[in-house]
Design a protein around this ligand. Structure first.
Ligand SMILES: *Cc1c(COP(=O)(O)O)cnc(C)c1O
Length: 370
């Protein structure tokens, strides 16, 4: 421990919500599937559906967000299926690679990683020529600190009769409006450890009727398969022993957001994100995101200040209690990030984080080398 207060600002896993923490500490039934678990599962499905803006079925799996990303692809796609990956960052581009790894024929439209979706002419042309079975996209590109507007892409998907729209909302759901049904999303991917502030190891997928049809047709079997979750309620069975504590924590975290009021929660995220950007600007720290890109309300990506090595910068912040993060892919070593999502979207916390950065900047890189 050091003399400074810990200021957690890593973009996931976030600090646990107290209600999620309390839910983890309780004892639950026998660990077998019981009526009480099925009720908890149903209640959690409903809450997550509310946050995701969908009336579709919600599959809740034990595992990381990546499990949902893989499971949804593997459950719906067969080798040779055409997939159009629309990407503005590491995750979006990676999803294209994942589909290619499954033997799909993948076409990628990859924009600069500091941009967000805007003009969809190229996408429209690609859909027209390539006729994909699935379009994939990411709502919040966590490594870039951006939030892609998806309504237009969803409209295009529907208008051009693309069967499936796959959206990774792992880092936005619970911190920004997600309207899966309005956006014509068929597979809506989420995770527990970002804006929800529940522990890692729960993932979920909103599944549209069209996606369920694809799942039935593919009949994929595996630990990450969506199929067996379709009958949880009718059979009263899960495909494997459910993680009761994890589900309870996810439920408590989602319930806390709904209780606070989604509009209030989204406003809290927007305000703290603005506070973060304004504060960085005051220190002459430049944002990574392009001028006309949409900054995410849940995470901010900025350029490592001049004269600093990324690792030394993060270390100097950590020495004063501020836990920030680096980034991935082409941004590694150049970009650092502040995750102001869920419990971490708090003005006093952000104020402290900005103070620490100002202090470290004032001391300069030489001080940290001593
Ligand atoms: C964190 C994240 C994931 C993966 O979640 P894990 O819990 O690390 O598996 C996927 N997509 C995005 C956009 C993320 O930020």
């Amino acid at each position: 421990m050091n003399a400074y207060t810990e200021i957690p600002m890593v973009p996931g896993p976030t600090t646990l919500h107290p209600d999620a923490l309390a839910a983890m500490g309780r004892d639950y039934g026998s660990g077998q599937i019981e009526t009480a678990y099925l009720q908890l599962y149903a209640d959690t499905q409903k809450l997550l559906g509310t946050l995701a803006g969908t009336g579709n079925d919600m599959v809740i799996m034990t595992g990381e967000g990546m499990l949902a990303l893989w499971g949804a692809l593997k459950s719906c796609l067969a080798p040779g299926d055409r997939v159009l990956s629309v990407a503005t960052g590491v995750f979006g581009d990676g999803i294209g690679d994942m589909a290619a790894g499954l033997g799909c024929e993948v076409r990628k439209i990859t924009l600069p990683f500091n941009a967000t979706l805007d003009d969809l002419t190229a996408v429209e042309e690609a859909v027209d020529r390539f006729r994909p079975r699935m379009i994939t996209a990411v709502h919040c590109e966590t490594p870039s600190g951006t939030l892609n507007p998806l309504a237009e892409l969803g409209r295009l998907k529907a208008a051009m009769n693309v069967p499936l729209f796959y959206v990774d909302a792992v880092a936005s759901l619970g911190g920004a409006p997600v309207m899966a049904d309005d956006w014509h999303v068929d597979l809506l991917l989420g995770g527990s450890q970002k804006c929800l502030s529940a522990p890692p190891s729960m993932a979920f997928v909103g599944v549209s009727p069209a996606a369920w049809e694809a799942v039935e047709q593919r009949a994929y079997q595996g630990y990450d398969a969506l199929g067996p979750f379709r009958t949880v309620h009718s059979d009263g069975r899960c495909p494997y022993t459910p993680y009761w504590h994890g589900t309870a924590a996810l439920h408590a975290a989602a319930a806390a957001i709904v209780a606070e009021g989604t509009e209030q929660v989204f406003a809290r995220h927007r305000n703290v994100a603005r506070q973060c950007r304004d504060g960085l600007q005051e220190m002459d720290i430049r944002l990574f995101t392009a001028e006309n890109a949409v900054n995410s309300p849940t995470v901010t990506a900025a350029l490592v200040p001049r004269g600093w090595e990324c690792a030394a910068w993060l270390q100097a912040l950590a020495a004063r209690g501020l836990r920030a993060a680096g980034s991935f892919g082409p941004m590694a070593g150049k970009v650092f990030r502040l995750g102001h999502m869920g419990t971490q979207a708090h003005p006093r916390l952000m104020e402290k984080a900005l103070q620490v950065m100002a202090q470290v900047l004032e001391q300069g890189p030489a001080a940290s080398r001593r």
